[in-house]
Design a protein around this ligand. Structure first.
Ligand code: KIV
Ligand code: ZN
Length: 555
């Protein structure tokens, strides 16, 4: 890289617009959305879509709710032409959808475009030519006057060809290509020439599309450009101002949002931002940003994973796991403190509350995603995530100190393996660590005498049969006494909790005990059984087995 990049690159010149109004604007309604997946998106693919894929994409776009869809560039190839014909001849265009096609400002291409559209009930025909100085100088070798003339002549051709197909309801669109790098006075001159030919009026609006063909400036500068253009073009009330951001600086979404605040009425973009180089504007991103501000975007992403699958199939390109709203990992927190906050917020949340959840800007359920992925456990995770996963998947409600104890066990395993743990992995570790299904050959009988419970029985403990005999105020008390006597240790239950898992005949009790063993060790045990007393006894045995109590120390 250069020590002094200014010797090679120049800063973008600001727009002289001191009284700009867009910073105070709010987005309160959706724009007219136009998908360009089948044209701009398609032309950027390693392998452009065949007709079958194009149909799949078209149907998906219709299902999402797009009312304007740029379906191709019919004069560019036979596939594009045939696809247009197929949509028309097989009557695949719903009545509330308008298809759009693009053409360069060249007569034979315009002619072929209108031929491709023969018989279509409604269509937007989109004309473009480059206007930026670098294109005028290097590619077209044309003066400003010649460019204005080129645009005016081909705009007139649109009118002439359209007149040959009076049964179609035509709307025209014009893009000064590379508007983002064109002098504002000049792009306005070209736009005015085109809208004059098209006689743009409130009754017969045309679309003027302002592309950031390449993102040249920061979004605030582009917003100034859009506001400047909206103020200075003639026939503004006969023009639908559209923007078409690309994403070279990684700010396509911000560019689109600020452009809407600056007066744009319409947005062109692609699903999940496919498109040339770094992509077109990600329409899903903008629409869902609106949604989480309480503005209905008029596009339906209720099953976002199915939409992603179709887009990945049609584009033969994967969507990144961190892509906003749709990536595999975007509703997942690995960090322990994040998990803790999410868990608490879910517990505090009541049905019907405003969505105000830490680390989750949108309810994943609104997009058809589940809460399963919200918390995943890796070496960065803490007790909150582990407890959340076990509760969500297995219904166990670990007491807080047990969470701390178990998270150390998990951390130890994780450090050894270095991988992420799913709920099933955690459950396996939990079962093993707390000897969940080991009954230790426990046999006992109890009887009650004068308010005292007496227990008698035996236990298999480290290869020996240990007789049990004890009494207490209740069954657990008697069992603790009997164990202390039989194993020759002191044993105290410091904390106890239980809950049911499942319902009815299949319900199981889960019991958690915090034991103090020989006054030098505090440890948890967990037990499960259909019977609550047995579950508690198993929990005590689980704690004892985990303690350092050795058989040699037993009586
Ligand atoms: O990015 C662009 O400038 C375009 C135009 C043809 C609208 O795709
Ligand atoms: Zn483009």
């Amino acid at each position: 890289m250069l020590h002094n990049p200014a010797s090679k690159y120049r800063p973008f010149a600001p727009v002289n617009l001191r009284d700009r109004t867009w910073p105070d604007a709010q987005i309160t309604h959706p724009p007219i959305w136009c998908s360009v997946d089948l044209r701009d998106g398609n032309q950027a693919l390693i392998e452009p879509m065949d007709v079958e894929r194009k149909i799949r994409m078209f149907e998906q776009l219709v299902k999402i709710g797009f009312k304007q869809i740029e379906v191709g560039f019919p004069s560019a190839s036979q596939t594009e032409f045939d696809f247009m014909r197929k949509l028309i001849e097989e009557k695949r265009i719903p009545e509330d959808v308008t298809v759009q096609v693009l053409t360069q400002a060249r007569e034979h291409l315009i002619q072929r475009t209108f031929e491709a559209l023969e018989g279509v009930p409604r269509a937007i025909v989109h004309l473009y030519n480059a206007t930026a100085p670098v294109m005028r100088r290097v590619v077209l070798n044309m003066s400003e006057d010649e460019i204005v003339d080129l645009a005016r002549t081909h705009a007139q051709m649109f009118k002439d060809f359209a007149a040959r197909y009076p049964q179609t309801q035509w709307q025209f669109e014009y893009s000064p290509e590379m508007y983002s790098d064109t002098e504002l006075e000049f792009s306005t001159r070209v736009i005015d020439a085109v809208t004059e030919v098209w006689e743009a009026s409130p009754e017969k609006k045309c679309i003027i599309n302002l592309p950031t063909t390449v993102e040249h400036s920061s979004p605030n500068v582009f917003a100034d450009m859009v506001e400047w253009t909206c103020r200075n073009i003639q026939r503004r009330d006969g023009v639908i101002v559209s923007v078409h951001p690309h994403n070279d600086r990684g700010t396509g979404t911000a560019t689109a949002e600020l452009a809407l605040m600056a007066g744009a009425d319409r947005l062109e973009g692609c699903l999940f931002g496919n498109g040339e180089r770094t992509g077109n504007l990600d329409i899903v991103n903008v629409a869902l940003n609106m949604y989480i501000q309480g503005v209905s975007p008029g596009l339906d992403f209720s099953n976002i994973d199915a939409i992603r699958a179709t887009v990945e199939y049609c584009n033969q390109l994967p969507v990144h796991p961190r892509h906003p709203y749709v990536g595999d990992l975007v509703y997942t927190s690995f960090s322990g403190s994040h998990q803790d906050a999410i868990k608490k917020a879910f517990a505090a949340r009541k049905e019907g509350d405003i969505w105000d959840m830490p680390y989750l800007p949108i309810d994943p359920k609104d997009l058809g995603r589940s809460y399963e992925a919200v918390i995943r456990v890796n070496s960065q995770s803490g007790k909150g995530g582990i407890a959340y996963l076990l509760e969500a998947e297995y219904g166990v409600q670990l007491p807080r100190r047990l969470q701390i104890e178990f998270s150390q066990v998990v951390q130890h395993e994780m450090d050894a393996l270095g991988t992420e743990f799913a709920a099933a992995d955690l459950w396996k570790i939990f079962e093993k660590e707390y000897c969940l299904f080991n009954d230790h050959g426990l046999q006992y009988a109890m009887q009650q005498e004068k308010g005292l419970v007496k227990l008698q029985g035996s236990l298999q403990w480290q290869g020996q049969t240990v007789p049990l005999q004890g009494s207490g105020n209740g069954a657990i008390d008697a069992f603790v006494q009997a164990l202390s006597n039989g194993l020759g240790c002191t044993l105290r239950v410091q904390d106890y909790s239980e809950h049911a898992i499942g319902q009815g005949a299949n319900a199981q009790a889960m019991a958690y005990v915090e034991l103090r063993v020989n006054d030098d060790q505090t440890i948890y045990g967990v037990g499960t059984d259909a019977n609550i007393v047995s579950a508690s006894m198993h929990a005590i045995l689980s704690g004892l087995q985990r303690s350092k109590l050795q058989v040699a120390e037993t009586a």
